[in-house]
Design a binder for this molecule. Structure first.
Ligand SMILES: [Fe+2]
Length: 314
């Protein structure tokens, strides 16, 4: 049925999709403003990232250099490597190769990463804040919280998503997240990307269309995912920011602007993604956390409130 509607839609200039995505955009917009509590947000005079904040607001994306030292990131990568060796720690991983299997199963998994990486685009650790408790401490980083508060113009910001993922180079076609799209889980979402290895143009940097968080052509609602040619035609190739970076740098972007992960030409990229928003994201699973007292660091009452839209493990 879905395929028939899609075919019919493409015959009529994707008019159904245009109406559908415009309706979703409007719903998100009204939801955002109905739930939005504007407060006066204060930054300390010593806040070191005021310029970056300005750029983030105007361009939609920033890179901040050397936020973490390389040993901290190496620890995180080690943790990923440790977790990914147990099949139970992985979220269901879709097989993209044309073989008689839809998802990575234990049989393929047991043959090792070198083997199974040929068949899929990425693997993800499920419930990262439970499997790797130190990631929660990173998500509660005061700098990220301050940036989010100032970006959204409110003290009421929340952690609404987390993703701990390794993307592989292989010869499979670009996957969903490797085509330009705007996230539609919320009217505004801020994502912090922390690469766990150096990322150059060949290792699949995050790519963002500058200023596209502020304006996008209405007709771009005709489709969810767009190819590079369309984006270049609309915004020009100079508008594309390719977030190559060294270990320790972080990228922050409002992903309601057009973005994608570039396809890899070699090796792999491991990345932690943290989402911040002013309300729970639509159509997303709630982030799972452990009981507050089970974490090996103190979580203040203010931080507990930032975790309001998570679900605590029984
Ligand atoms: Fe996205």
């Amino acid at each position: 049925m879905k395929i028939i509607i899609k075919k019919l839609d493409s015959k009529f200039f994707n008019i159904f999709s245009l109406i559908n995505y415009t309706f979703i955009d409007l719903t998100l917009f009204f939801n955002f403003y109905l739930n939005f509590k504007k407060t006066k947000v204060y930054l300390k005079d010593t806040f070191p990232y005021s310029d970056e904040l300005k750029t983030l607001k105007s361009e939609g994306v920033i890179k901040i250099k050397k936020v973490y030292n390389s040993s901290t990131i190496r620890e995180l990568e080690k943790e990923f490597d440790y977790l990914k060796d147990n099949f139970k720690n992985l979220s269901r991983a879709k097989i993209e190769a044309k073989i008689n299997k839809k998802f990575l199963d234990e049989q393929f998994f047991s043959k090792g990463e070198k083997y199974y990486k040929r068949f899929l685009k990425n693997i993800q650790i499920n419930d990262p804040f439970i499997k790797a408790p130190q990631l929660l401490k990173i998500a509660l980083n005061q700098t990220f919280i301050d940036i989010a508060k100032n970006y959204f113009n409110t003290d009421h910001i929340y952690i609404t998503g987390v993703n701990f993922r390794r993307s592989y180079f292989n010869h499979l076609p670009a996957s969903d997240t490797q085509m330009y799209h705007r996230d539609r889980n919320s009217y505004k979402i801020l994502k912090v990307f922390i690469y766990l290895n150096n990322v150059d143009e060949d290792i699949g940097p995050f790519q963002y269309v500058l200023k596209s968080h502020k304006k996008w052509p209405l007709l771009s609602n005709r489709k969810y995912r767009w190819d590079d040619d369309y984006i270049k035609k609309i915004y020009g190739s100079k508008s594309i920011f390719s977030a190559t970076s060294s270990v320790g740098d972080i990228i922050i972007a409002d992903t309601t602007g057009f973005h994608k992960g570039k396809n890899l030409n070699k090796r792999y990229r491991t990345m932690l993604t943290l989402n911040y928003s002013t309300f729970a994201e639509k159509e997303s699973k709630k982030v799972k956390i452990k009981k507050f007292e089970s974490y090996p660091f103190k979580i203040s009452d203010e931080q507990k409130n930032i975790l309001k839209y998570t679900s605590v493990e029984a």
